[in-house]
Design a protein around this ligand. Sequence first.
Ligand SMILES: [Fe+2]
Ligand SMILES: [Fe+2]
Length: 323
Amino acid sequence: MLDYDSLTPPSEKMSVPETKKRSPDFFKKILENHGLTLGPESQDLLDRMALLDERTGTFEDETRANEYADQIFAYLGDSHTISENRLSPEKKQHIQLATLLTDIGKTGPHTANPAEREVITALFAITEDVNVGVITLGEYIERFFPNEKTQAYMQKVLEPLLEKDRNLWEKFPHFSQMTMRAFFNLHAGWTYNILRENQVPIDVTMTAANHHMLEGVNPNNILDHEGSIGPETSISRPVDQREIFVILLDKYDARRNRAVKRSHEEAIDWLEMIIKNNAILTETFKDRPEIKELFLSCLRDLEHALVSTKAIISPEDQQQKAA
Ligand SMILES: [Fe+2]
Ligand SMILES: [Fe+2]
């Protein structure tokens, strides 16, 4: 057991503006509004939602994605729209709930103690653009946490935690040498375990934990080679619009609202390119071309829904309009 008191706590990077604090109870109500009522045994999930919200912009991203989802359902429900992707209210609820929960793993593994959660969340809180395929975890800590005592603290907290998960990053000789991509990819599996431990329904858990499938992130093999989700569970079924919209909304929002803000058209073109060239869709599922087709048809609906409802007007678009 680490003696946390003898270590210097993390630097000012981990402190938060007062205005950003929302309580676990706030998140309990948000989940209830989306049809998920949690008992006291799920307090851990709510605490994590509050921590992630305090430290990062994740909840804002998810809220925007959920607003896009509302617009898509309005569009799909329009009597003039003909689409195979028209969804039941239950599926809408499923998508919105999964969207709220996808990134809860950014607070660390389900076994993480409070200090470990703080450190992992601090790493996910950095928003600067770096080449995550190249920079290692050790270099990342040095770059973004210049205080040497903070660096030592973070390394000490992370080592035992990540060594426990060594099978997930075994191709690197030491945890600090894993690339940031490898580190960031761990969050989907952590999401899976956290949601399982907190009594979130298995089908929503599967959808949430599958949200990086295009990057080849497949925690607990929740997706099999046939393109079925939850092969070993009671909900085993082919990937459908629920998983696809969660993935597309996450990526669309990132393209519109992260460091470089792209227009609606640019975000759609980029997503189309990603889907058409994606190795998972093209190789792993080469005998299931309908999966890629479904991605593309959901993308078309997203494209038209967000334009037709005029839901998306970024500050840049507004400036352009005013100019
Ligand atoms: Fe994610
Ligand atoms: Fe995300």
